[in-house]
Design a protein around this ligand. Structure first.
Ligand code: FE2
Length: 294
């Protein structure tokens, strides 16, 4: 029994197509998608088309990520005053414009956690962030892991959300994170997925992590063609930096931009993060080596 596991696609259909092409050449019995289908890249419709195609042709487990919850809550809607903060709000609104009511209904029908059950093999709990919270990050060795894991009855757990490949064996649990299809944070500039291999004789699962080269330039070109560098200027530059093997995340730059905003104005309330603070934070953390003009 082999299960392909993919997480955090974030609208990068080109990376997803590369993973699917690879996985279709392997002996895969089922697919598992751990959430965050919409996000930083312009291929949201294509990603959803692939998702629907896969679930019609193979056993499939699909759960919801925090990006889907943003869209279901209408986070990008209304608030014309937020137009002044494109690097903060631009991609959330862009994703919202590229989703139909049917897409939102599809997200709403997805579970936030699920259990993979296969004959003769141990059950696997699947989640986006942690089993108890869609946006909680699981990292190896954290004190809170004991509490999180104690609430889960299954021995095996799959999670995503951190965009970092991980294998944790703690408190009697085995936890795997396949990294990210669309925007990994490990600096490889590759697309990542995982195949879980089930050994029916030992009743144990083992993980094979997969990292594949793919056409990153095509993704950058699609970002340009779809105006992402105008819609969400610094957010798009950070996405590009990560595609090219950078390790500074959107969250890192956002935190620094908010700290700078607080220094200047005494407070900073998301999403009111001035573009000038984004620019300073971007230059500080990623540098002036811009690869694309604003
Ligand atoms: Fe996420």
């Amino acid at each position: 029994m082999n299960i392909a596991v993919l997480s955090d696609i974030h609208g990068n259909h080109i990376a997803l197509e590369r993973c699917m092409e690879y996985l279709e050449g392997q002996k895969v019995d089922a697919y598992c998608f751990l959430g965050d289908y919409a996000g930083e890249f312009p291929g949201i419709e294509a990603v959803l088309r692939i998702l629907h195609r896969v679930r019609e042709s193979a056993p499939c487990y699909i759960i919801r990520g925090n990006k889907e919850e943003y869209q279901m809550s209408g986070l990008g809607d209304g608030h014309p005053e937020w137009d002044a903060y494109p690097s903060t709000m631009g991609m959330i609104r862009y994703a919202g414009r590229h989703l139909t009511p049917e897409d939102l209904a599809f997200f709403a029908a997805l579970p936030v956690t699920d259990c993979i059950r296969t004959d003769g093999m141990p059950d696997i709990r699947i989640c986006h962030g942690s089993p108890r919270k869609v946006n909680e990050k699981i990292y190896a060795g954290k004190d809170v892991n004991k509490e999180i894991f104690s609430e889960v009855k299954e021995r095996y757990i799959l999670c995503g959300h951190t965009h970092e490949v991980m294998e944790v064996r703690e408190h009697g649990k085995v936890v795997w994170n396949p990294g990210s299809v669309g925007v990994p944070l490990d600096g490889s500039g590759k697309t990542q997925c995982m195949i879980l291999h089930g050994n029916s004789e030992t009743a144990c699962w083992s993980a094979e992590f997969v990292a594949l080269e793919y056409d990153v330039e095509r993704v950058v070109n699609e970002m340009k063609e779809n105006g992402l560098y105008q819609i969400a200027p610094y957010w798009a530059l950070i996405s590009e930096s990560l595609l090219r093997g950078g390790i500074v995340s959107h969250g890192d730059v956002l935190s620094r931009a908010m700290a700078l905003c607080e220094q200047e104005n005494g407070e900073c309330i998301w999403p009111a993060v001035p573009e000038s603070c984004w620019e300073k934070a971007y230059r500080e953390l990623i540098g002036d080596g811009r690869t694309t003009r604003l």
